[in-house]
Design a protein around this ligand. Structure first.
Ligand code: MCN
Ligand code: CUM
Length: 790
């Protein structure tokens, strides 16, 4: 009998297989959109508005056309002739591609210069003269709803204000009643500022319209190739480019983080120009354009309230949100809930009264609402509930860890119905927090803190015990522009037992080429190294909604497992035929079927696949391939317990993160090394909003920190040594018991840091500082609270 290979030997689930894609990345062989060079390709550069709100009086292209190499300049009026000047956003809002008369935000696309080189296009851009008549922009979302404020979206017939949508969840009256009778009420106004994804690779595309075949190939940096193809078809349908004539190819992506989900005007302009001039057109944003014009997230103003007992029991929470979406709701919000998944804001705690209410408004900021490693507003939700929880603990003088332990939903209470309508699939929050406390040495740290405080030194310990919500669908609740949110896998096994698997998702660095192969390896017994994983080409991959909201594992990962199982069912039939036994007499062991009680009689998956092409049972379809579109029955609810320890220099307000322990629970893990990598990267991106990043606009709509000289991005230098670990509570409804993890660290990280900083400052009576908590804000709060008084 041939010894069966173990799951580890074939690179199955649970093993830290080295990432298959890294061989090309570390050798400089990655293939990014800017690497694409097509014969006759032209280059596009974009003239952008210096004003946040202005009438365009004239666009003079005369000097630009004289620049050697400049072919043409395309304006909104040019696009209007083809009805290509407007496009839908994935949030079912609309957006100008190029303006015909008014610009609505600083850095908005005004016109595009096309040239034979990118340098000529840039020179041409500088030579375009645009005359504007500036108007007073609306920059404050609170003032945006003022009846005196100008109505910004005059393109919308009948629109009389700047309100976008209202949404609410939970029981308003019941919550109000609990609040009215509670011993303790905490109320805090919070702002989660506008930030930027700052992926290493900016956005860009090569639009290649082939006139002869009336066909468009769109190479672009997108996290959701199929959904984008559908949107392009909606716009380009005006010039007869229907969906079968459009191919979207997303090559390697240098980070997406949510910023590469939406459709940006640049893409559509490039398509329009390629259509008009009949040549391929490349558009690649430069760093400043990227930072100033697109990929903006957050900007939530939250009034957060918590009601509880003197003993520390949380009874109710209430959240009122004002979301500043800028000129348009560009968000790729995979949901029928315009607020995304914010209503997970009741957190990991057991209480049954909550009310969430949100309104979104237009302002003259660039398009907002992009999801930045957030699971669609979960960062905002977790920041609110975890800050509140800490404030509550402080208020009643209870240790925040103890208070959390007291309030956690118990592991036997899952599935748990949250007061805002979610059904949490599984969790063991006590175990996670206990582990984090053990690893960090919680009791000893509290002792040290007390000693330091006695000496006037500032040390803080912050906890965040968050519940994430990832994996949209189910299709009954989630769609993008009406397209239901499932995801797909197609597995085709070649006669020699090697496979190619294609997915509707798209990795931007998450390692899908490795982890999907591991799932299939585990389920089918084909070594992961023999499974080629492909994503990102709409001509070959099955339709899918893409990678964001940590949904790839919950949806496409599940599809991979189910498609593999379909193949295993077929393999069983073939094995029974080959071994001349009944299917019921067969047993599966990694990579082979054997006869029960006679293990020497077996057929390996490779033998079985070969037979599928050469010697299969009569009446059975030849070949060995399966496709599955997986519609999850529920979302998955990963969780985590993070503890951060900070030391603060009292004189300067400088914050030093001394320790950071992150215990994540994403159910069964496919690749522990990749999960750890996700957590490391994500935690560094958690330091960003907690301590550094915030886009600031002045009253005229000018961005004040629109370059990386001013917009601070944390690097390895600012990152502590991340101490990671996990607990494992499988998802009961997911085929392999996995939950997503990609966004957990950015969701759970910021409040742990904020809570640690506030904890350090609490001896002075400081109870809250909005993120990013900078040394200046710390110093200012200390000063205001008399810390420097003699
Ligand atoms: N994984 C695992 N076991 C689990 C869960 C996940 O091994 N139980 C692995 C997966 O197989 C996958 C990775 O971890 O290789 C992330 O999986 P998942 O949590 O399903 O998230 P997605 O693949 O859908 O990735 C999206 C998520 C999001 S929404 C953002 S934003 C983000 C993130 O991933 N952007 C990233 N991580 C990023 N990492 C990189 N390098 N670049 C980005 O742009
Ligand atoms: Cu919330 S950013 Mo990711 O969903 O691409």
């Amino acid at each position: 009998m041939t010894q069966c290979k173990t799951s580890k030997e074939i690179g199955g689930m649970g093993h830290s297989l080295k990432r298959k894609e890294d061989a090309r990345f570390i050798q400089g062989k990655g293939h990014y959109v800017d690497d694409i060079k097509l014969p006759g390709m032209l280059y596009m550069d974009i003239v952008r508005s210096p004003y946040a709100y202005a009438k365009i009086k004239s666009i003079n292209i005369e000097e630009a056309m004289k620049v050697p190499g400049v072919i043409t300049v395309v304006t909104g009026k040019d696009l209007e002739k083809y009805k290509l000047h407007w496009m839908p956003t994935l949030m079912s809002d609309t957006q100008m591609v190029l303006p015909t008369d008014t610009v609505m935000y600083q850095a908005q696309e005004v016109c595009a210069v096309i040239a034979t080189s990118k340098y000529a296009a840039r020179d041409g851009r500088e030579a375009v003269k645009v005359e504007y008549e500036p108007m007073k922009p609306v920059m404050d979302p609170f003032k945006s709803l003022d009846p005196a404020a100008p109505v910004l979206r005059t393109d919308k017939p009948g629109k009389k204000d700047n309100h976008i949508w209202h949404w609410q969840a939970g029981d308003k009256e019941k919550t109000a009643q609990v609040f009215a009778n509670a011993d303790v009420v905490i109320k805090q106004q919070m702002h989660i500022p506008r930030i930027h994804v700052v992926s290493i690779e900016t956005c860009g595309c090569v639009a290649d319209y082939d006139k002869v075949n009336h066909h468009l190939t769109m190479y672009m940096t997108t996290q959701a190739p199929h959904a984008i193809r559908t949107v392009i078809a909606l716009v380009a349908g005006h010039v007869g480019l229907s969906e079968e004539r459009i191919r979207v190819v997303s090559p390697d992506i240098g980070g997406g983080f949510g910023g590469k989900v939406p459709v940006y005007p640049g893409y559509v302009i490039a398509i329009a120009v390629s259509f008009l001039v009949g040549k391929p057109v490349k558009w690649i944003e430069d760093r400043s354009e990227n930072l100033q014009a697109d990929s903006f997230a957050r900007d939530y103003h939250i009034t957060a309230e918590l009601a509880g007992t003197k003993e520390g029991k949380i009874l109710a929470t209430r959240f009122k949100v004002l979301a500043d979406h800028g000129y348009t709701d560009a968000a790729a919000n995979p949901s029928k809930f315009p607020l995304g998944l914010f209503s997970i804001c009741t957190g990991s705690y057991d209480y049954n009264a909550a009310f969430v209410e949100a309104d979104a408004v237009y302002t003259n900021k660039p398009p907002g609402g992009v999801a930045y490693r957030c699971s669609f507003r979960v960062t905002e939700a977790v920041q609110a509930i975890e800050r509140l929880t800490d404030m509550f603990a402080k208020k009643i003088g209870k240790d925040p860890a103890e208070l959390r332990m007291q309030n956690f939903i118990k592991k036997e209470d899952f599935p748990w119905h949250s007061p805002t309508g979610w059904i949490y699939d599984s969790g063991n929050y006590q175990a996670g927090l206990q582990k984090a406390m053990d690893v960090v040495g919680y009791a000893a740290l509290r002792k040290e803190q007390a000693e330091k405080q006695a000496r006037g030194e500032l040390m803080g310990i912050g906890i965040s015990t968050f519940t994430e919500i990832v994996g949209a669908g189910p299709s009954k609740d989630f769609d993008i522009l009406g397209i239901k949110m499932f995801d797909s896998a197609e597995i085709r096994v070649h006669p020699t037992g090697k496979a190619i698997a294609r997915f509707g998702t798209k990795s931007q660095g998450q390692g899908h080429e490795t982890t999907y192969a591991q799932i299939i390896a585990e389920e089918l017994g084909i070594p992961a190294e023999n499974i080629q994983v492909e994503e990102g080409d709409t001509d070959t991959a099955p339709y899918g909604l893409g990678t964001y909201a940590s949904r790839s594992t919950p949806t496409a990962g599940a599809a991979a497992a189910v498609a593999s199982r379909k193949l295993r069912d077929k393999a069983r039939k073939i094995a029974a035929y080959l071994l001349e036994v009944s299917e019921n007499d067969l047993e599966w062991e990694t990579g082979k079927f054997f006869v029960k009680g006679a293990p020497e009689k077996s057929k390996t998956i490779q033998e079985i696949v070969f037979a599928a092409y050469t010697n299969h049972p009569q009446g059975m379809e030849a070949g060995f391939e399966a496709t599955h579109y997986y519609d999850p029955p529920n979302l998955t609810f990963p969780s985590g317990a993070y503890i951060c320890v900070v030391d603060i220099d009292k004189e300067t307000g400088a914050i030093h993160i001394r320790r950071f322990v992150a215990i994540d629970d994403c159910g069964n893990i496919i690749n522990p090394m990749i999960v750890q990598g996700q957590v490391h990267g994500g935690l560094t991106q958690a330091v960003a909003p907690a301590m550094y990043e915030e886009l600031i606009y002045d009253g005229e709509g000018n961005i004040l920190n629109g370059t990386l000289m001013d917009y601070l991005v944390p690097t390895a230098v600012e990152s502590p040594k991340w101490e990671t670990g996990h607990t494992c509570t499988p998802s009961p409804h997911h085929p392999i018991g996995a939950k997503g993890v990609g966004e957990s660290p950015t969701v759970g990280g910021p409040p742990a840091i904020a809570n640690a900083i506030i904890d350090a400052l609490s001896p002075f009576g400081i109870t809250h500082i909005d993120i990013p908590i900078t040394p200046y804000k710390v110093w200012k709060a200390l000063k205001e609270h008399g810390a420097y008084d003699k």
